[in-house]
Design a protein around this ligand. Structure first.
Ligand SMILES: O=P([O-])([O-])O[C@@H]1[C@H](O)[C@H](O)[C@@H](O)[C@H](O)[C@H]1O
Ligand SMILES: [Mg+2]
Length: 254
């Protein structure tokens, strides 16, 4: 039987690469910072522009009304974030906006695709490193077309753990984050790291550079593409209760 989503997968890779080029070439005025939910939750014109380019290209290719789109910036502007059984694209145009603004060299485009509320594939393009991570359900995970797999280190004392601090600077949240990090460091582990983009963090786990990534309070779109890549590289994606994290009810935000 013909593979129904191969064309969409190939197109997603193409679109992510083109979006990455737009990010790399963004001019000064496009890096001008605005804020979203709080003073450290940043957004730029590039985030909005790249999301429009990605959704525009996908609609042109697949936009006969049967496909749905969930984009980070569209949701920020009031679009619903509801996962139905329809083929749905889940997009982060610029993952690592704070890095992008500061010239910190990890910025990714993340595109996932779900059908019947199941993720079919994920593409993460780490555009400043020019690394294209991709995975299709049941078909393995790749970085620049080379197969990748998770680390085989099973001793946590010999691990590198990745985490992020998020954008909530309330004393309660910051205390919780640092007490968790303190516990992890004291295990002890070899190291704690964070690239500033959740999508790239997941790809670092998928390629075996780190044994685990965790973040408290992450958005569903930040992990959608990375979830397929980690799973196809032989890893696990769990929520805090220890169950598979990418459930449809995590997406359904009005
Ligand atoms: O805002 P953004 O740069 O697209 O995405 C953020 C990054 O992935 C960051 O690493 C993570 O800690 C945040 O939770 C995300 O919201
Ligand atoms: Mg973003």
């Amino acid at each position: 039987m013909a593979d129904p989503w191969q064309n969409a997968y190939d197109f997603a890779v193409q679109v992510a690469r083109a979006a990455g080029a737009v990010i790399r070439n963004a001019g000064e005025d496009e890096i001008k910072v605005q804020t979203k939910s709080c003073a450290v939750d940043l957004v730029t014109q590039t985030d909005e522009r790249v999301e429009k380019i990605i959704i525009g290209s996908l609609k042109e290719q697949f936009g006969n009304g049967t496909h749905c789109f969930i984009g980070e910036e569209s949701v920020a502007e009031g679009e619903p974030c509801i996962l139905t059984d329809k083929p749905t694209w889940i997009i982060v145009p610029v993952d690592g906006t704070t890095n992008f603004v500061h010239g910190f060299p990890f910025v990714a485009v993340s595109i996932a695709f779900a059908v019947n509320k199941e993720l079919e594939f994920g593409v993460v393009y780490s555009c400043l490193e020019d690394k294209m991570y991709k995975a299709r359900k049941g078909k393995g995970a790749f970085c620049n077309d080379e197969p990748i797999k998770v680390s085989d280190v099973n001793d946590i004392n010999k691990s590198i753990i990745i985490s992020e601090h998020g954008t909530d600077r309330s004393i309660e949240k910051v205390t919780k984050i640092f007490s968790t990090m303190q516990k992890i460091l004291r295990i002890p582990v070899h190291g704690l790291r964070g690239s500033g983009t959740a999508a790239t963090n997941m790809c670092l786990v998928a390629s075996g550079a780190s044994e685990a990534f965790f973040e408290i309070g992450i958005h569903c779109w930040d992990v959608a593409a990375g979830a397929v890549i980690v799973k196809e590289a032989g890893g696990l994606v769990l929520d805090v209760d220890g169950v598979y994290a990418f459930k449809s009810d995590h997406m359904n935000i009005k």
